[in-house]
Write a protein that binds this ligand. Structure first.
Ligand SMILES: Nc1nc2c(ncn2[C@@H]2O[C@H](COP(=O)(O)OP(=O)(O)OP(=O)(O)O)[C@@H](O)[C@H]2O)c(=O)[nH]1
Ligand SMILES: [K+]
Ligand SMILES: [Mg+2]
Length: 511
Protein backbone atom coordinates (compact mmCIF):
# COMPACT_ATOMS: atom_id res chain seq x y z
CA UNK A 1 0.00 0.00 0.00
CA UNK A 2 1.36 3.40 -0.90
CA UNK A 3 2.11 5.65 2.00
CA UNK A 4 -0.62 8.13 1.22
CA UNK A 5 -3.32 5.48 1.14
CA UNK A 6 -2.26 3.99 4.42
CA UNK A 7 -4.72 5.04 7.11
CA UNK A 8 -3.44 7.15 9.95
CA UNK A 9 -4.31 5.45 13.22
CA UNK A 10 -4.95 6.85 16.68
CA UNK A 11 -5.64 5.45 20.14
CA UNK A 12 -5.46 6.14 23.83
CA UNK A 13 -2.05 4.67 24.69
CA UNK A 14 -1.97 5.34 28.41
CA UNK A 15 -3.94 3.36 31.00
CA UNK A 16 -7.55 3.43 32.01
CA UNK A 17 -9.27 6.79 32.49
CA UNK A 18 -9.86 8.71 34.66
CA UNK A 19 -6.20 9.40 35.37
CA UNK A 20 -4.06 12.48 35.84
CA UNK A 21 -2.77 12.38 32.28
CA UNK A 22 -3.99 10.57 29.19
CA UNK A 23 -1.71 10.02 26.21
CA UNK A 24 -3.27 9.77 22.75
CA UNK A 25 -0.99 8.64 19.94
CA UNK A 26 -1.48 9.26 16.26
CA UNK A 27 0.64 7.44 13.67
CA UNK A 28 0.63 7.60 9.90
CA UNK A 29 1.06 9.93 6.93
CA UNK A 30 -1.66 12.31 8.17
CA UNK A 31 -0.50 12.61 11.79
CA UNK A 32 0.68 16.19 11.21
CA UNK A 33 -2.57 17.11 9.42
CA UNK A 34 -4.46 15.69 12.38
CA UNK A 35 -2.73 18.13 14.73
CA UNK A 36 -3.56 20.99 12.38
CA UNK A 37 -7.20 19.89 12.18
CA UNK A 38 -7.36 19.99 15.99
CA UNK A 39 -6.06 23.57 15.89
CA UNK A 40 -2.70 22.52 17.30
CA UNK A 41 0.49 24.04 15.93
CA UNK A 42 2.95 21.24 15.16
CA UNK A 43 5.76 21.59 17.70
CA UNK A 44 9.43 21.24 16.90
CA UNK A 45 10.41 17.56 16.53
CA UNK A 46 10.77 15.79 19.89
CA UNK A 47 10.03 18.96 21.89
CA UNK A 48 6.86 19.38 23.91
CA UNK A 49 4.61 22.28 22.86
CA UNK A 50 1.54 23.71 24.50
CA UNK A 51 -1.56 22.70 22.57
CA UNK A 52 -5.11 23.98 22.69
CA UNK A 53 -7.08 21.07 21.33
CA UNK A 54 -10.24 22.11 19.48
CA UNK A 55 -13.11 20.23 17.94
CA UNK A 56 -12.46 20.44 14.17
CA UNK A 57 -16.15 21.14 13.42
CA UNK A 58 -17.39 23.42 16.19
CA UNK A 59 -13.99 24.95 17.02
CA UNK A 60 -14.75 24.56 20.71
CA UNK A 61 -11.72 24.08 22.98
CA UNK A 62 -11.68 20.53 24.36
CA UNK A 63 -8.60 20.77 26.58
CA UNK A 64 -5.25 22.41 27.03
CA UNK A 65 -2.61 19.78 26.45
CA UNK A 66 0.98 19.07 25.50
CA UNK A 67 1.78 17.97 21.97
CA UNK A 68 4.83 16.08 20.72
CA UNK A 69 5.91 15.52 17.14
CA UNK A 70 8.13 12.68 15.89
CA UNK A 71 8.51 12.90 12.13
CA UNK A 72 9.07 9.58 10.38
CA UNK A 73 11.09 7.55 9.77
CA UNK A 74 12.90 8.28 13.05
CA UNK A 75 9.91 7.50 15.19
CA UNK A 76 8.76 4.49 17.12
CA UNK A 77 6.52 3.22 14.32
CA UNK A 78 8.70 4.52 11.50
CA UNK A 79 5.82 6.78 10.40
CA UNK A 80 4.98 10.33 11.43
CA UNK A 81 3.85 10.15 15.03
CA UNK A 82 2.05 12.83 17.05
CA UNK A 83 1.30 12.52 20.71
CA UNK A 84 -1.13 14.50 22.85
CA UNK A 85 -0.83 14.54 26.62
CA UNK A 86 -4.27 15.53 27.83
CA UNK A 87 -5.96 15.77 31.18
CA UNK A 88 -7.05 12.22 31.81
CA UNK A 89 -10.78 12.71 32.24
CA UNK A 90 -13.28 10.42 30.56
CA UNK A 91 -15.04 13.25 28.70
CA UNK A 92 -11.78 14.90 27.62
CA UNK A 93 -10.50 11.65 26.15
CA UNK A 94 -13.85 10.76 24.56
CA UNK A 95 -14.18 14.22 22.94
CA UNK A 96 -10.60 14.12 21.60
CA UNK A 97 -10.99 10.61 20.18
CA UNK A 98 -14.31 11.64 18.60
CA UNK A 99 -12.66 14.73 17.11
CA UNK A 100 -9.85 12.61 15.62
CA UNK A 101 -12.42 10.23 14.16
CA UNK A 102 -13.96 13.08 12.19
CA UNK A 103 -10.70 13.83 10.36
CA UNK A 104 -10.36 12.47 6.84
CA UNK A 105 -7.93 9.55 6.57
CA UNK A 106 -7.86 8.73 10.28
CA UNK A 107 -9.31 5.72 12.03
CA UNK A 108 -8.99 4.12 15.50
CA UNK A 109 -6.06 1.71 15.85
CA UNK A 110 -6.56 -2.01 16.29
CA UNK A 111 -4.92 -3.92 19.12
CA UNK A 112 -1.15 -3.94 18.65
CA UNK A 113 -1.32 -1.90 15.44
CA UNK A 114 1.33 0.67 16.42
CA UNK A 115 3.78 -2.14 17.17
CA UNK A 116 2.78 -3.93 14.01
CA UNK A 117 3.67 -0.86 11.98
CA UNK A 118 7.00 -0.65 13.82
CA UNK A 119 7.61 -4.26 12.80
CA UNK A 120 6.55 -3.69 9.21
CA UNK A 121 8.82 -0.67 8.98
CA UNK A 122 11.77 -2.70 10.26
CA UNK A 123 11.97 -0.96 13.64
CA UNK A 124 11.56 -4.21 15.56
CA UNK A 125 11.95 -7.84 14.62
CA UNK A 126 9.44 -10.40 15.85
CA UNK A 127 11.45 -11.53 18.86
CA UNK A 128 11.72 -7.87 19.90
CA UNK A 129 7.97 -7.48 19.47
CA UNK A 130 7.50 -10.45 21.77
CA UNK A 131 9.99 -8.94 24.21
CA UNK A 132 7.99 -5.74 24.19
CA UNK A 133 4.78 -7.66 24.95
CA UNK A 134 6.57 -9.41 27.81
CA UNK A 135 7.93 -6.12 29.10
CA UNK A 136 4.42 -4.72 29.34
CA UNK A 137 3.31 -7.93 31.07
CA UNK A 138 6.35 -8.33 33.37
CA UNK A 139 5.38 -8.60 37.02
CA UNK A 140 8.78 -8.98 38.64
CA UNK A 141 12.30 -7.65 38.25
CA UNK A 142 13.68 -10.85 36.78
CA UNK A 143 10.90 -10.99 34.19
CA UNK A 144 11.42 -7.34 33.36
CA UNK A 145 15.13 -7.86 32.76
CA UNK A 146 14.56 -10.86 30.53
CA UNK A 147 11.85 -9.06 28.54
CA UNK A 148 14.03 -5.99 28.16
CA UNK A 149 16.92 -8.06 26.85
CA UNK A 150 14.64 -9.79 24.37
CA UNK A 151 13.23 -6.46 23.23
CA UNK A 152 16.77 -5.23 22.68
CA UNK A 153 17.46 -8.17 20.39
CA UNK A 154 19.12 -10.87 22.53
CA UNK A 155 17.67 -13.69 20.44
CA UNK A 156 16.88 -11.65 17.33
CA UNK A 157 20.47 -10.56 16.77
CA UNK A 158 21.79 -14.04 17.40
CA UNK A 159 19.27 -15.53 14.97
CA UNK A 160 20.31 -13.04 12.31
CA UNK A 161 23.97 -13.99 12.71
CA UNK A 162 23.05 -17.65 12.44
CA UNK A 163 21.05 -16.95 9.31
CA UNK A 164 23.89 -15.03 7.70
CA UNK A 165 26.30 -17.90 8.32
CA UNK A 166 23.79 -20.38 6.93
CA UNK A 167 23.44 -18.33 3.79
CA UNK A 168 27.20 -18.31 3.49
CA UNK A 169 27.22 -22.12 3.72
CA UNK A 170 24.41 -22.31 1.20
CA UNK A 171 26.30 -20.10 -1.23
CA UNK A 172 29.28 -22.45 -1.06
CA UNK A 173 27.17 -25.51 -1.78
CA UNK A 174 25.33 -23.78 -4.60
CA UNK A 175 28.59 -22.68 -6.17
CA UNK A 176 29.72 -26.28 -6.06
CA UNK A 177 26.50 -27.43 -7.76
CA UNK A 178 26.59 -24.70 -10.43
CA UNK A 179 30.15 -25.30 -11.42
CA UNK A 180 30.39 -29.01 -10.83
CA UNK A 181 31.10 -29.62 -14.50
CA UNK A 182 33.89 -27.16 -14.69
CA UNK A 183 37.20 -28.62 -13.82
CA UNK A 184 38.75 -25.56 -12.25
CA UNK A 185 36.20 -25.18 -9.42
CA UNK A 186 37.81 -26.15 -6.16
CA UNK A 187 36.53 -29.52 -4.96
CA UNK A 188 36.43 -28.32 -1.46
CA UNK A 189 33.45 -26.01 -1.32
CA UNK A 190 31.32 -28.51 0.51
CA UNK A 191 33.69 -29.15 3.36
CA UNK A 192 33.71 -25.54 4.69
CA UNK A 193 29.91 -25.46 4.24
CA UNK A 194 29.57 -28.55 6.40
CA UNK A 195 31.95 -27.02 8.90
CA UNK A 196 29.65 -24.00 9.24
CA UNK A 197 26.62 -26.28 9.57
CA UNK A 198 28.36 -28.29 12.27
CA UNK A 199 29.24 -25.23 14.34
CA UNK A 200 25.75 -23.83 13.95
CA UNK A 201 24.16 -27.12 14.97
CA UNK A 202 26.29 -27.12 18.11
CA UNK A 203 25.38 -23.53 18.99
CA UNK A 204 21.67 -23.95 18.32
CA UNK A 205 21.64 -27.30 20.09
CA UNK A 206 23.23 -25.56 23.08
CA UNK A 207 20.59 -22.85 23.07
CA UNK A 208 17.84 -25.48 22.93
CA UNK A 209 19.38 -27.50 25.72
CA UNK A 210 18.65 -24.88 28.35
CA UNK A 211 16.18 -26.68 30.60
CA UNK A 212 13.48 -24.36 29.20
CA UNK A 213 14.63 -21.72 31.65
CA UNK A 214 13.61 -18.68 29.63
CA UNK A 215 10.04 -19.92 29.31
CA UNK A 216 10.08 -20.77 33.02
CA UNK A 217 11.02 -17.28 33.99
CA UNK A 218 8.34 -15.85 31.74
CA UNK A 219 5.72 -18.05 33.37
CA UNK A 220 7.12 -18.11 36.89
CA UNK A 221 7.72 -20.99 39.28
CA UNK A 222 4.53 -22.92 39.94
CA UNK A 223 3.96 -23.90 43.56
CA UNK A 224 0.87 -25.95 44.40
CA UNK A 225 -0.57 -26.19 47.88
CA UNK A 226 -2.11 -29.64 48.21
CA UNK A 227 -3.07 -32.04 50.96
CA UNK A 228 -6.04 -33.56 52.76
CA UNK A 229 -9.24 -31.55 53.29
CA UNK A 230 -9.35 -28.96 56.05
CA UNK A 231 -5.62 -28.98 56.59
CA UNK A 232 -5.63 -25.20 56.23
CA UNK A 233 -4.43 -24.95 52.63
CA UNK A 234 -6.62 -21.99 51.77
CA UNK A 235 -5.72 -20.30 55.05
CA UNK A 236 -2.04 -20.64 54.10
CA UNK A 237 -2.60 -19.26 50.60
CA UNK A 238 -4.44 -16.26 52.02
CA UNK A 239 -1.72 -15.62 54.55
CA UNK A 240 1.04 -15.72 51.92
CA UNK A 241 -0.99 -13.63 49.45
CA UNK A 242 -1.95 -11.23 52.26
CA UNK A 243 -5.54 -11.17 51.08
CA UNK A 244 -8.65 -13.33 51.22
CA UNK A 245 -8.15 -14.90 47.80
CA UNK A 246 -9.65 -18.26 48.76
CA UNK A 247 -12.68 -19.18 50.87
CA UNK A 248 -11.79 -20.65 54.25
CA UNK A 249 -14.34 -22.63 56.22
CA UNK A 250 -14.47 -25.41 58.81
CA UNK A 251 -16.20 -27.65 56.25
CA UNK A 252 -13.99 -30.22 54.60
CA UNK A 253 -14.21 -29.90 50.85
CA UNK A 254 -14.57 -26.12 50.69
CA UNK A 255 -12.13 -25.45 47.88
CA UNK A 256 -13.13 -26.91 44.51
CA UNK A 257 -11.61 -24.77 41.80
CA UNK A 258 -7.89 -24.11 41.67
CA UNK A 259 -7.18 -20.62 43.06
CA UNK A 260 -4.15 -18.85 41.65
CA UNK A 261 -2.19 -15.92 43.09
CA UNK A 262 0.93 -14.30 41.70
CA UNK A 263 3.79 -13.57 44.06
CA UNK A 264 6.94 -11.56 43.68
CA UNK A 265 9.58 -13.18 45.89
CA UNK A 266 12.67 -10.99 45.86
CA UNK A 267 12.05 -10.20 42.22
CA UNK A 268 11.31 -13.78 41.17
CA UNK A 269 7.87 -14.70 39.86
CA UNK A 270 5.88 -17.43 41.59
CA UNK A 271 2.39 -18.65 40.84
CA UNK A 272 0.92 -20.11 44.01
CA UNK A 273 -2.03 -22.48 43.61
CA UNK A 274 -4.57 -23.50 46.22
CA UNK A 275 -6.29 -26.78 45.44
CA UNK A 276 -9.15 -28.92 46.68
CA UNK A 277 -8.46 -31.21 49.62
CA UNK A 278 -7.54 -34.61 48.27
CA UNK A 279 -9.77 -37.46 49.46
CA UNK A 280 -12.14 -40.03 48.07
CA UNK A 281 -15.57 -38.62 47.66
CA UNK A 282 -18.93 -39.39 46.02
CA UNK A 283 -19.75 -35.74 45.38
CA UNK A 284 -19.22 -35.29 41.64
CA UNK A 285 -18.27 -31.62 42.01
CA UNK A 286 -15.74 -32.35 44.72
CA UNK A 287 -14.46 -35.27 42.65
CA UNK A 288 -13.72 -32.86 39.80
CA UNK A 289 -12.00 -30.56 42.30
CA UNK A 290 -9.82 -33.43 43.49
CA UNK A 291 -9.00 -34.35 39.92
CA UNK A 292 -7.91 -30.78 39.21
CA UNK A 293 -5.92 -30.67 42.43
CA UNK A 294 -4.01 -33.82 41.51
CA UNK A 295 -3.46 -32.57 38.02
CA UNK A 296 -2.08 -29.21 39.04
CA UNK A 297 0.02 -30.66 41.86
CA UNK A 298 1.55 -33.17 39.45
CA UNK A 299 2.41 -30.38 37.02
CA UNK A 300 3.83 -28.00 39.62
CA UNK A 301 7.51 -27.30 40.22
CA UNK A 302 7.03 -27.61 43.96
CA UNK A 303 4.23 -29.02 46.09
CA UNK A 304 3.58 -27.74 49.58
CA UNK A 305 1.88 -30.75 51.09
CA UNK A 306 -0.12 -29.32 53.97
CA UNK A 307 -1.34 -31.50 56.80
CA UNK A 308 -3.01 -30.89 60.09
CA UNK A 309 -0.18 -31.45 62.53
CA UNK A 310 -2.63 -32.81 65.06
CA UNK A 311 -4.01 -35.39 62.63
CA UNK A 312 -7.49 -35.30 61.07
CA UNK A 313 -10.18 -33.93 63.30
CA UNK A 314 -12.89 -36.32 64.40
CA UNK A 315 -15.71 -36.36 61.88
CA UNK A 316 -13.75 -34.55 59.24
CA UNK A 317 -11.66 -37.31 57.84
CA UNK A 318 -13.37 -39.06 54.97
CA UNK A 319 -12.66 -42.69 54.17
CA UNK A 320 -9.77 -41.75 51.90
CA UNK A 321 -8.32 -39.22 54.27
CA UNK A 322 -4.73 -39.88 55.07
CA UNK A 323 -2.68 -38.60 57.85
CA UNK A 324 1.00 -38.90 57.45
CA UNK A 325 1.77 -37.40 60.80
CA UNK A 326 1.81 -39.91 63.59
CA UNK A 327 2.57 -39.31 67.19
CA UNK A 328 4.93 -40.84 69.65
CA UNK A 329 7.37 -42.71 67.45
CA UNK A 330 10.73 -41.11 67.67
CA UNK A 331 11.85 -40.16 64.19
CA UNK A 332 13.61 -36.81 64.33
CA UNK A 333 11.87 -33.77 62.96
CA UNK A 334 13.89 -32.25 60.17
CA UNK A 335 13.35 -28.53 60.40
CA UNK A 336 12.95 -26.45 57.30
CA UNK A 337 14.20 -22.90 56.85
CA UNK A 338 16.38 -20.92 54.56
CA UNK A 339 19.58 -22.68 55.56
CA UNK A 340 18.02 -26.06 54.96
CA UNK A 341 16.93 -25.14 51.47
CA UNK A 342 20.44 -25.38 50.12
CA UNK A 343 19.72 -28.46 48.08
CA UNK A 344 16.77 -26.86 46.33
CA UNK A 345 16.94 -27.18 42.61
CA UNK A 346 15.11 -28.43 39.59
CA UNK A 347 15.45 -31.99 40.85
CA UNK A 348 17.37 -33.39 37.95
CA UNK A 349 16.59 -36.99 37.31
CA UNK A 350 13.56 -37.06 39.60
CA UNK A 351 10.04 -37.81 38.56
CA UNK A 352 7.28 -35.61 39.81
CA UNK A 353 7.59 -32.32 41.59
CA UNK A 354 9.66 -31.75 44.67
CA UNK A 355 7.48 -31.71 47.78
CA UNK A 356 7.80 -30.05 51.12
CA UNK A 357 5.69 -31.21 54.01
CA UNK A 358 4.01 -28.50 55.97
CA UNK A 359 2.51 -29.41 59.31
CA UNK A 360 -0.13 -26.80 59.97
CA UNK A 361 -2.17 -25.76 63.00
CA UNK A 362 0.84 -25.88 65.28
CA UNK A 363 -1.11 -23.57 67.61
CA UNK A 364 -3.43 -26.49 68.42
CA UNK A 365 -0.56 -28.63 69.65
CA UNK A 366 -0.29 -26.42 72.67
CA UNK A 367 3.14 -25.22 73.59
CA UNK A 368 5.79 -27.29 71.97
CA UNK A 369 9.52 -27.26 71.65
CA UNK A 370 12.26 -29.21 69.98
CA UNK A 371 14.17 -31.45 72.37
CA UNK A 372 17.90 -32.14 72.29
CA UNK A 373 17.42 -34.88 69.71
CA UNK A 374 15.42 -32.67 67.38
CA UNK A 375 11.98 -34.15 68.15
CA UNK A 376 9.00 -31.89 68.51
CA UNK A 377 7.64 -32.50 71.96
CA UNK A 378 5.13 -30.98 74.31
CA UNK A 379 6.34 -29.40 77.50
CA UNK A 380 6.27 -32.83 79.16
CA UNK A 381 8.86 -33.94 76.65
CA UNK A 382 6.39 -36.27 74.95
CA UNK A 383 6.86 -36.45 71.24
CA UNK A 384 3.89 -34.80 69.53
CA UNK A 385 4.91 -34.86 65.93
CA UNK A 386 6.54 -37.38 63.75
CA UNK A 387 7.29 -36.09 60.37
CA UNK A 388 9.86 -38.24 58.74
CA UNK A 389 7.77 -41.22 57.75
CA UNK A 390 9.01 -42.37 54.35
CA UNK A 391 6.22 -40.98 52.30
CA UNK A 392 5.99 -43.46 49.50
CA UNK A 393 4.86 -46.08 52.00
CA UNK A 394 1.89 -44.09 53.16
CA UNK A 395 0.77 -42.64 49.88
CA UNK A 396 -2.67 -44.04 49.27
CA UNK A 397 -4.64 -44.41 46.11
CA UNK A 398 -6.09 -40.92 46.19
CA UNK A 399 -2.63 -39.44 46.00
CA UNK A 400 -1.83 -41.05 42.73
CA UNK A 401 -1.83 -39.25 39.44
CA UNK A 402 -1.78 -41.52 36.39
CA UNK A 403 -0.68 -44.19 38.84
CA UNK A 404 2.36 -42.15 39.83
CA UNK A 405 2.62 -40.86 43.36
CA UNK A 406 2.30 -37.09 43.23
CA UNK A 407 4.35 -36.63 46.31
CA UNK A 408 7.81 -37.92 46.58
CA UNK A 409 11.18 -36.27 46.67
CA UNK A 410 10.46 -34.79 50.05
CA UNK A 411 13.07 -32.21 50.81
CA UNK A 412 11.89 -30.23 53.77
CA UNK A 413 9.40 -30.22 56.57
CA UNK A 414 7.92 -27.22 58.27
CA UNK A 415 5.76 -26.72 61.25
CA UNK A 416 3.58 -23.66 61.01
CA UNK A 417 0.32 -22.12 62.00
CA UNK A 418 -1.35 -20.59 58.99
CA UNK A 419 -3.96 -19.30 61.41
CA UNK A 420 -1.59 -17.30 63.62
CA UNK A 421 1.21 -16.89 61.09
CA UNK A 422 3.76 -18.65 63.27
CA UNK A 423 6.49 -20.31 61.18
CA UNK A 424 5.15 -18.91 57.91
CA UNK A 425 8.08 -16.49 57.60
CA UNK A 426 10.55 -19.37 57.67
CA UNK A 427 8.52 -21.19 55.06
CA UNK A 428 8.47 -18.08 52.88
CA UNK A 429 12.21 -17.56 53.27
CA UNK A 430 12.83 -21.13 52.17
CA UNK A 431 10.43 -20.66 49.29
CA UNK A 432 12.21 -17.50 48.18
CA UNK A 433 15.52 -19.30 48.38
CA UNK A 434 14.21 -22.24 46.43
CA UNK A 435 12.73 -19.98 43.77
CA UNK A 436 15.94 -17.99 43.40
CA UNK A 437 17.94 -21.20 42.97
CA UNK A 438 15.36 -22.76 40.69
CA UNK A 439 15.21 -19.78 38.40
CA UNK A 440 18.87 -18.78 38.74
CA UNK A 441 20.43 -18.46 35.34
CA UNK A 442 17.03 -18.23 33.69
CA UNK A 443 17.75 -14.64 32.82
CA UNK A 444 20.43 -15.76 30.42
CA UNK A 445 17.97 -17.97 28.54
CA UNK A 446 17.76 -16.99 24.89
CA UNK A 447 14.56 -18.86 24.23
CA UNK A 448 11.62 -17.32 26.04
CA UNK A 449 8.68 -18.76 24.12
CA UNK A 450 7.43 -22.04 22.74
CA UNK A 451 7.49 -20.46 19.27
CA UNK A 452 11.25 -19.86 19.52
CA UNK A 453 11.82 -23.43 20.63
CA UNK A 454 9.74 -24.85 17.82
CA UNK A 455 11.49 -22.86 15.11
CA UNK A 456 14.98 -23.51 16.48
CA UNK A 457 14.21 -27.24 16.71
CA UNK A 458 13.31 -27.17 13.01
CA UNK A 459 16.59 -25.43 12.25
CA UNK A 460 18.49 -27.93 14.36
CA UNK A 461 16.82 -30.91 12.68
CA UNK A 462 17.50 -29.56 9.20
CA UNK A 463 21.16 -29.05 10.12
CA UNK A 464 21.42 -32.54 11.56
CA UNK A 465 19.96 -33.99 8.39
CA UNK A 466 22.32 -31.86 6.32
CA UNK A 467 25.32 -33.19 8.24
CA UNK A 468 24.32 -36.80 7.62
CA UNK A 469 24.33 -36.37 3.85
CA UNK A 470 27.36 -37.41 1.89
CA UNK A 471 27.98 -36.30 -1.61
CA UNK A 472 24.36 -35.29 -2.22
CA UNK A 473 24.82 -31.58 -2.76
CA UNK A 474 21.28 -30.92 -3.99
CA UNK A 475 19.78 -32.34 -0.82
CA UNK A 476 22.35 -30.55 1.29
CA UNK A 477 21.42 -27.23 -0.28
CA UNK A 478 17.76 -27.96 0.33
CA UNK A 479 18.31 -28.63 4.05
CA UNK A 480 20.37 -25.49 4.45
CA UNK A 481 17.63 -23.52 2.70
CA UNK A 482 15.03 -25.03 5.06
CA UNK A 483 17.12 -24.06 8.08
CA UNK A 484 17.65 -20.50 6.83
CA UNK A 485 13.96 -20.07 6.10
CA UNK A 486 13.06 -21.25 9.60
CA UNK A 487 15.46 -18.70 11.11
CA UNK A 488 13.86 -16.06 8.93
CA UNK A 489 10.49 -16.96 10.43
CA UNK A 490 11.93 -16.57 13.91
CA UNK A 491 12.77 -12.91 13.37
CA UNK A 492 9.93 -12.31 10.92
CA UNK A 493 12.09 -11.72 7.88
CA UNK A 494 10.21 -14.11 5.65
CA UNK A 495 6.97 -15.91 5.31
CA UNK A 496 5.30 -14.86 8.51
CA UNK A 497 1.80 -13.54 7.65
CA UNK A 498 0.15 -16.45 9.41
CA UNK A 499 1.93 -16.00 12.71
CA UNK A 500 1.66 -12.22 12.84
CA UNK A 501 -1.97 -12.23 13.87
CA UNK A 502 -1.22 -14.64 16.69
CA UNK A 503 1.55 -12.46 18.06
CA UNK A 504 -0.16 -9.08 17.75
CA UNK A 505 -3.47 -10.38 19.09
CA UNK A 506 -1.97 -10.34 22.60
CA UNK A 507 -1.33 -6.62 22.50
CA UNK A 508 -3.71 -4.02 23.82
CA UNK A 509 -5.09 -1.17 21.79
CA UNK A 510 -2.76 1.80 21.77
CA UNK A 511 0.37 -0.34 21.82
N1 LIG B 1 -6.29 -23.40 64.84
C1 LIG B 1 -6.01 -23.30 63.58
N2 LIG B 1 -6.98 -23.43 62.67
C2 LIG B 1 -6.65 -23.34 61.37
C3 LIG B 1 -5.34 -23.10 60.94
N3 LIG B 1 -5.34 -23.08 59.59
C4 LIG B 1 -6.61 -23.26 59.20
N4 LIG B 1 -7.41 -23.43 60.26
C5 LIG B 1 -8.84 -23.69 60.25
O1 LIG B 1 -9.08 -24.92 59.63
C6 LIG B 1 -10.29 -24.90 58.91
C7 LIG B 1 -10.01 -25.29 57.47
O2 LIG B 1 -9.22 -24.30 56.87
P1 LIG B 1 -9.15 -24.15 55.30
O3 LIG B 1 -8.11 -23.14 55.02
O4 LIG B 1 -10.49 -23.95 54.73
O5 LIG B 1 -8.63 -25.58 54.94
P2 LIG B 1 -8.42 -26.22 53.49
O6 LIG B 1 -7.31 -27.16 53.60
O7 LIG B 1 -8.34 -25.17 52.47
O8 LIG B 1 -9.80 -27.02 53.34
P3 LIG B 1 -10.49 -27.57 52.01
O9 LIG B 1 -10.46 -26.53 50.96
O10 LIG B 1 -11.86 -27.88 52.47
O11 LIG B 1 -9.73 -28.79 51.64
C8 LIG B 1 -10.82 -23.49 59.03
O12 LIG B 1 -11.79 -23.48 60.04
C9 LIG B 1 -9.62 -22.69 59.42
O13 LIG B 1 -9.93 -21.54 60.17
C10 LIG B 1 -4.33 -22.98 61.94
O14 LIG B 1 -3.13 -22.76 61.68
N5 LIG B 1 -4.72 -23.08 63.23
K1 LIG C 1 -12.18 -26.19 54.60
MG1 LIG D 1 -9.43 -24.81 50.85
Amino acid sequence: MSDDLRPTIFALSSGRVPAAIAVIRISGPRAGDALTALGVKTPEPRKAGLARVRDPQSGEIIDEALALWFPGPNSETGEHVAELQLHGGRAVVAATLAALGKIEGLRPAEAGEFTRRAFENGKLDLTAVEGLADLVGAETEAQRRQAFRQMKGALGRRAETWRERLIQALALVEARIDFSDEGDVPEDLVRPALEIARTLAAEIGGALNDGTRGERLREGLVVAIAGPPNAGKSTLLNRIARREAAIVSPYAGTTRDVIEVHLDLDGWPVTLLDTAGIRETDDPVEMEGVRRAQDRAAGADLVLWVEDAGGPQAGEGGPGNTTMVQRGDGVPFRPGGAAGAASAGPGAGQNGPISWRVHNKADLLGHFKRNDFGFITNLNNESVLLSNEPLKNVVNQSLLHNNEPIIENIEHEFIISAGTGEGVDALLRALTDFTAKFLAGTESGLITRERHRLVLSQVYQALTRALSLTGQEDLLAEELRTAAAALGRLTGRVDVEDILDVIFRDFCIGK
